[in-house]
Structure formats: structure tokens, C-alpha cells
Design a protein around this ligand. Structure first.
Ligand SMILES: Cc1cc2nc3c(=O)[nH]c(=O)nc-3n(C[C@H](O)[C@H](O)[C@H](O)COP(=O)(O)OP(=O)(O)OC[C@H]3O[C@@H](n4cnc5c(N)ncnc54)[C@H](O)[C@@H]3O)c2cc1C
Length: 486
């Protein structure tokens, strides 16, 4: 089955019920449950875009196995043009959720495509693991599989230091090897999109290093979400069943985060990509350059999101008639600068892309890291703050959709219209601004952007310790030592 339709994705979820727990209830059908179904429909809409007559060309490429059209995020880039083409496709998917669905399937597709492009890395563990990676990449590409991942082990306690304190009681741990595969038991967090994915990938997270004695927690594999013993525990849903008018984002783009428990789960050998080698597990992201490829997807989406926030901010200003106020202009100008910084990082990542040792074209790691880091750490939280500062009381003077057909409607029309907007248009806009900046959905978006790329403190420590600062120190020394400058 090449590039799927939305209906094929939904049918796939229905056909393979998995163990999902939500608010004390075992969910029978994730495509029908009110907390999850609209998120699933939004993912389905992405798959449908692959079949739109005008977009098919731009969303797919010819499968190297069959020649059929398959999703472009499965491409192993060989040229800068490939990266640009893939980014354009990923940006189209990002626009479909206004940048709010971090886990559109292209996120995971880029990881496995990068691994396939760097497959000899896995042979360093065991020769057959390289073949497993290549076969799995072909399998997900040809079947347009939707993936989630859960990389972080739960811990009973945290100690400062580069390596996690893992306990076999809670961390996902190898129980034994059998003829059929490996048996694992324990827990992982967080699987965003987990309940509405086809398969779950497990591998280490680059920001959390495994200790030297963590052989039994060192592995990489992927299995179907309905594998016996795999259990998803959902957080509260932020789709409260309200209309698109009242909750424009939460009612559409709930991608659901979940903790995953593994109760003696069998992973067939052909689905194991790394096993027992702490060093290879700790080094896979840099060793395969998969982090630059997911970063390329992330940055493409972040730029879309920044542009969406900029558009929203300028509509708020226009609607409230506040565009002549200097500090309002300054705040919108800050959003413009942030958007342009992200775009510059993305363009630099592509312009400075280079071939890795396995013959795969990789975006520039520094430009990718800079854009990702600054977006999560400062740009996105500040963007949300600016929406609050621009919207202020209008974020609360917010009639519900039903109020416009109730006895209070005449007052709404009289008092809430502005020079440029009817009361209803104003309310629609500010419901969106509220869902970006104040709602539970909005809070989770900020947390997501801050944390999904791993613990930012540990990422900073890794950057400090691995970044080559010597050329810059040399310049300063030259200045200090110079009798005459320049
Ligand atoms: C909305 C959301 C979605 C996510 N989606 C996914 C997903 O789909 N897949 C996935 O794998 N992960 C996902 N993540 C998880 C994310 O990778 C982790 O939350 C993140 O890596 C931080 O780990 P933690 O939550 O265990 O933090 P903790 O380790 O619990 O950290 C708690 C605090 O302790 C500090 N700390 C702990 N240990 C150390 C240390 N050794 N050195 C320095 N500081 C330390 C941290 O800085 C932090 O302040 C998601 C997270 C969020 C918030």
C-alpha cells in the first residue's frame, strides 16, 4: 500500500485495537472516542493531502522499490534540492495544523529515513541490525505507517550528572533474549500521538545519556502499538468536545501524550535495531545524523507556527484598532524578527548542508540546533506572551458561539463590534488567540516546545562541552597579544 488516504489510516487504527487508558476507562476505539477522534481526523486529513490532484506531485515521490507514489518524508536526501523539496512538503503538512501538531507523521519518518541513509551505523552492533533498519524503513514507507516514539525512561529519583539513574523496576529493561526476539518490561515516556499511531519506536534519547552499566536498557526497536503487553496511559484530553468556533485548536489538533507501559513485551528480532551496546545507543543521533533530519522537520514546522502567530497578532491589532500605538508596533516587530531568525536558521541549514560519511545529505547541525533551541527556550514562550499582551481583556471578553443566537445577542452586536470587525468576527479571532495563549491546549503547546526535544538543561551542557570554541578564543588571544591591531 503506497501513500495512504485518511480513510486507510483510520481503518488501520480501527482494525488493530490497542490498549489505551484514559480517565479511568479503557478506550475501545480510538477513532471514535471523543477525546481522540478529532486528532485522528486531523492526521487523516494530512494523508488525504497526498492524494489531492494539485498536491500529489509535491507530497510524494516514486518508491525505489515499486515506483508507486510514497510520502516524501520517507526520502533519503542525496542533494540540497532533495532537502528543499522535502521541506516544502513538510511545511504543507505543518500549515494544515497551523504548526500545532508537532507529531505529524513526517517527524518520525525523517528519523527512520535518516537511519536507513546511515544504515552501516547499526551493523557496528550486529551485522543483521543494518538489514533490519533498511527493511523497516521500506516497510513503513511502502505502507505509510504512522509512528510514535517514547525515548525517556521513568526514574524513581534524579541525580545530577550526564547519565540517568535507571532502575530496572521502572525503566524499560531487557528481561531476556529468546529465539523469537527480546522480551522487555518497564515504562517509557512520553509517546505523543501514541494512542493514534500504528507503531511505536523505542530508542534512547540523545539528551539523556545511558550509564556504562546500562546494557539492559540499551536498545532500539519498533513494534505495532497493538502488540500484547503494550499499554498507553493518556493525559487529560484538551479536546473538550466544544465547537471549532469555541475551541478552534483544541477541537482539531489534540495529538495526545501518553506514558507507555511494557508488560513482558516480545520484540521480534527483525524489529531490533540496536541491543546492549551503550556507546552505540548513546551515539546514534550524532552517528547517523538523524537529529539534524528531525531538526529539519521541527524547524520547518516552527517557522510555520511563527508565521501563524505573526498573522494572528497583526489581525488582533487590526481588529482592536491598536496599530498606531508604538509599543504595540514594537511587539509585532519582535514577532517579525523572531520569524525572520527562524527562517534564516532554516535556510542556513539547507545552504550549508553536507554529505555525511554514508552518502546522505544532512542539514547543517549548528543552524538546526540554534533554531530549535531558541524557538523552544525563548521564541515560542515569548510569542505566546505577546499574544496575551496584545489581546489582554479581549481574551476574556469572549462570548461563546451559542451566545450569538441567545437573548444576549443584541448586546453582543452593539458592544463587542469594533471599527473593523463584527462582534462575531472579533469573537472568532479571540477564541483562536485564547487557544494559542491561555487555554489548556495553549499551555501544553508551550511545554511541548520547551521540552519535546529533550531536557533543555542537558542539551545546553552537551552543547557547551562539545562545541569547538577554540577558534574564537584564538581570536581574542591574538587581540590581547597584538602590539598593533588589526
Ligand atoms: C508535551 C510533551 C510531549 C513530549 N513528547 C515526547 C515524545 O513523543 N517522545 C518522547 O520520547 N519524549 C517526549 N517528551 C518527553 C521529553 O523528552 C522529556 O519530557 C524531556 O526529555 C525531559 O525529561 P523529563 O520530563 O523526564 O524531565 P526530568 O528528568 O524529570 O527533569 C525534571 C527536572 O530535573 C532536571 N534534571 C533532571 N535530571 C537532570 C540531570 N541529570 N542534569 C540536569 N538537570 C536534570 C531537569 O532540568 C528538570 O528541571 C515530551 C515532553 C512533553 C512536555
Amino acid at each position: 500500500m503506497p501513500a495512504r488516504t485518511g480513510q486507510q489510516y483510520i481503518s488501520g487504527l480501527k482494525d488493530r485495537p490497542r490498549e489505551v487508558w484514559l480517565d479511568g476507562e479503557r478506550v475501545k476505539d480510538v477513532t471514535a472516542h471523543p477525546a481522540l477522534r478529532n486528532g485522528a481526523q486531523s492526521v487523516a486529513a494530512l494523508y488525504d493531502m497526498q492524494h489531492g490532484p494539485s498536491l500529489r506531485e509535491e507530497m510524494t515521490f516514486a518508491s525505489p522499490s515499486t515506483g508507486d507514489a510514497v510520502g516524501l518524508s520517507f526520502l533519503i536526501p542525496r542533494t540540497i534540492d532533495d532537502l528543499v523539496r522535502r521541506r516544502e512538503m513538510m511545511s504543507r503538512w505543518a500549515w494544515a495544523s497551523c504548526g500545532m501538531m508537532g507529531r505529524s507523521p513526517d517527524f518520525m519518518n525523517t528519523i527512520f529515513s535518516a537511519w536507513a541513509g546511515s544504515s552501516p551505523y547499526f551493523a557496528q552492533d550486529r551485522p543483521e541490525f543494518e538489514r533490519n533498519v533498511l527493511n523497516y524503513h521500506e516497510f513503513i514507507r511502502e505502507n505509510d505507517v504512522t509512528l510514535t516514539h517514547a525515548l525517556v525512561n521513568l526514574q524513581r529519583r534524579r541525580t545530577a550528572g550526564p547519565a540517568d539513574t535507571l532502575s530496572g523496576e521502572v525503566a524499560l529493561t531487557l528481561v531476556k533474549e529468546t529465539d523469537a526476539g527480546i522480551i522487555v518490561k518497564g515504562s517509557r515516556t512520553l509517546a505523543t500521538l501514541g494512542p493514534i499511531s500504528d507503531e511505536i519506536a523505542i530508542y534512547p534519547v540523545a539528551s539523556h545519556r545511558l550509564g556504562e552499566d546500562a546494557q539492559r536498557q540499551s536498545f532500539s526497536f519498533a513494534i505495532p502499538c497493538d502488540t500484547p503487553g503494550v499499554k498507553f496511559l493518556c493525559r487529560e484530553s484538551f479536546d473538550f468536545g466544544r465547537s471549532h468556533f469555541n475551541h478552534p485548536l483544541g477541537s482539531r489538533f489534540e495529538e495526545m501524550d501518553s506514558v507507555v507501559f511494557f508488560d513482558n513485551v516480545l520484540v521480534p528480532w527483525e524489529r531490533v535495531f540496536l541491543l546492549g551496546d551503550v556507546e552505540l545507543c548513546n551515539g546514534y543521533a550524532a552517528g547517523t545524523q538523524s537529529d539534524t533530519h528531525t531538526g529539519h522537520q521541527v524547524l520547518s514546522r516552527c517557522l510555520v507556527k511563527a508565521e501563524f502567530i505573526l498573522g494572528l497578532a497583526s489581525l488582533i491589532v487590526e481588529t482592536l484598532g491598536s496599530s498606531g500605538i508604538p509599543h504595540v508596533q514594537e511587539q509585532v516587530a519582535e514577532l517579525i524578527t523572531q520569524r525572520d531568525v527562524l527562517r534564516a536558521c532554516l535556510r542556513a541549514a539547507e545552504a550549508d548542508a553536507a554529505m555525511n560519511q554514508w552518502g546522505m545529505m544532512c542539514p547543517d547541525v549548528n543552524a538546526i540546533r540554534a533554531g530549535r533551541t531558541i524557538f523552544g527556550r525563548s521564541i515560542y514562550p515569548r510569542m505566546v506572551e505577546i499574544i496575551q499582551l496584545l489581546g489582554t481583556g479581549s481574551l476574556m471578553a469572549l462570548p461563546a458561539e451559542a451566545d450569538f443566537s441567545a437573548g444576549i445577542a443584541p448586546e453582543l452586536e452593539q458592544y463587542l463590534a469594533t471599527d473593523t470587525a463584527t462582534a462575531r468576527d472579533r469573537a472568532a479571532l479571540f477564541h483562536l488567540a485564547w487557544d494559542v495563549s491561555c487555554s489548556a491546549f495553549a499551555g501544553r503547546q508551550v511545554l511541548y516546545e520547551r521540552m519535546f526535544g529533550g531536557n533543555p538543561v542537558r542539551n545546553s551542557l552537551a552543547l557547551y562541552n562539545n562545541y569547538d570554541k577554540e577558534p574564537f578564543q584564538r581570536k581574542v588571544r591574538q587581540f590581547l597579544d597584538a602590539e598593533d591591531w588589526p
